[in-house]
Unconditional design. Structure first.
Length: 362
C-alpha cells in the first residue's frame, strides 16, 4: 500500500497522469494502432493505480467506510458513462442501462466473489465473514434486481420489458431508499456486521494509518485514475467492438467487456483483500458495489429518461432471468454459514463462465 510519505512521484502517481495525457492525445491524433496499444496499457496501469490509492484511503477511514469509497466512486462514474451514451444513442440505447446493470451484478456476484473465494481458500483453506452483514446486503440486492430487471417483463400496463411512468418513479424511489438503508446499517446502526479482524504487522503491531493529507492526496489520485479508466474504456470500446464483430460476437458481449473494464479496480481490490486473509473486505466490496450499481445508477437513469422522454427497457429475457436466479441461489448458500472454502469459489466461477459463454453463444 502506498502512503506517499513525501508526495514523491511513484508509479501510482505517474500512471494515471500519463494515461490522461494519452487520452487527451487521442482527441488530436485520432486512434492509430500504436496509440490504441498505449491507451490499453495506460488503462491497465490506471486500474492498478486506482486500487493502490483506494487502499490508502481505506486504511485511513477504516472499515466499512473504506470499501464504500471505491464502490461509490466507480458507480458514480459508471452512471455518468451510461447517461452520456443514452443521450447520444436515442432508441438504440434503450437497453443500455439494463445490460450494464445486469452485467455488473453477474460480474460481481459470480466473477468477483468467485475469484475472491477461490484465492482466499487457496491460501488460507477456510475464511470467515459476518453473515449478518453480507446476508443483509444480498437480500437487498435480490429485491432491487427483481424490481428492476425481472418485474418489467411481467407487468402488463405497458409493453414487455418496460415500465409505465408511475412504475418507474416507484422503482427509482425504492432503489434509493433500499441503498440508503443499507448504507445506514453498514456505517451506523450495525457497523460491526461488516468488520473483519484487525490487521496487524508481522511483529504484532498495528500498521499506522496514513495522515489526513496523504489520504486526501490519494483520494484525488484515485478519482483521476477512475475517470481515466472510464474515459479510456469508452475510447477503446469502438476498437473492442470492431474486434468482437470480426469474431462474430453478439452485441451484448460489448456491454460485458465494458462492465469488466469498469469493475477491474474493485475486482483487484477484492482479490487482494482475500489474499491477505480479509475476506470480509472482499465480500463488503462485492455486495456493496452491486447494490450501489443499482441503487444509485437506476434513479439517475430513470430521472433522465423521464425528463428527456428517452425510451427505457429494463426487463431481462428468460435466459438471463434463469442465470440471475441461479446466481442468487448459490450466493445465498455461500453466505449461509459465514465460512468459505474452495468449492464455493469454483461454483461461482463456473456460473460466471456460463454467463460469458451463453452471451457469446446465445
Amino acid at each position: 500500500m502506498s502512503h506517499y510519505p513525501s508526495l514523491k512521484p511513484n508509479w501510482p502517481l505517474i500512471a494515471p497522469i500519463l494515461a490522461a495525457v494519452l487520452w487527451a492525445a487521442s482527441a488530436v491524433l485520432g486512434t492509430p494502432v500504436w496509440l490504441i496499444v498505449l491507451c490499453g496499457l495506460g488503462l491497465g496501469a490506471s486500474v492498478l493505480a486506482a486500487v493502490d490509492h483506494a487502499e490508502t484511503v481505506a486504511h485511513r477511514l477504516g472499515e466499512p467506510y473504506g470499501t464504500i469509497v471505491l464502490a461509490l466512486a466507480v458507480t458514480v462514474i459508471e452512471a455518468a458513462l451510461i447517461v452520456s451514451v443514452m443521450l447520444g444513442g436515442g432508441a438504440s440505447a434503450a437497453t443500455l442501462a439494463r445490460d450494464s446493470i445486469y452485467a455488473a451484478v453477474m460480474v460481481i456476484c459470480t466473477g468477483v466473489m468467485g475469484a475472491s473465494l477461490l484465492v482466499g481458500a487457496y491460501y488460507h483453506r477456510e475464511q470467515a465473514f459476518r453473515v449478518e452483514g453480507i446476508g443483509t446486503g444480498l437480500s437487498a440486492l435480490m429485491v432491487l434486481a427483481t424490481l428492476i430487471l425481472v418485474l418489467p417483463s411481467l407487468t402488463t400496463t405497458t409493453g414487455v420489458g418496460t415500465y409505465a411512468q408511475s412504475q418507474l418513479v416507484f422503482v427509482a424511489i425504492a432503489s434509493l431508499v433500499i441503498w440508503l438503508a443499507f448504507v445506514f446499517i453498514q456505517t451506523m446502526r450495525h457497523k460491526d456486521y461488516f468488520l473483519h479482524t484487525a490487521e496487524v504487522n508481522a511483529d504484532g503491531s498495528h500498521p499506522a494509518p496514513p495522515s489526513s493529507t496523504q489520504a486526501w492526496f490519494a483520494f484525488a489520485l484515485m478519482m483521476l485514475s477512475l475517470v481515466v479508466v472510464i474515459g479510456l474504456a469508452k475510447l477503446l470500446s469502438p476498437s473492442i467492438e470492431s474486434a468482437l464483430a470480426a469474431m462474430q460476437a453478439p452485441p451484448a458481449v460489448l456491454g460485458i467487456v465494458i462492465a469488466i473494464l469498469v469493475l477491474l479496480p474493485e475486482t483487484i481490490a477484492a482479490i487482494r483483500a482475500a489474499r491477505m486473509n480479509r475476506l470480509q473486505t472482499s465480500m463488503n466490496l462485492a455486495i456493496g458495489s452491486a447494490l450501489a450499481s443499482i441503487g444509485l445508477t437506476i434513479p439517475v437513469v430513470i430521472g433522465l429518461a423521464l425528463f428527456l422522454d428517452l425510451p427505457l427497457t429494463l426487463g431481462l429475457a428468460p435466459k438471463a432471468v434463469v442465470l440471475l436466479l441461479l446466481t442468487f441461489g448459490i450466493s445465498l448458500h455461500t453466505v449461509a454459514y459465514g465460512r468459505s472454502n474452495i468449492m464455493q469459489g469454483m461454483v461461482h466461477l463456473v456460473v460466471f463462465v456460463a454467463f460469458l459463454f451463453f452471451n457469446w453463444v446465445p
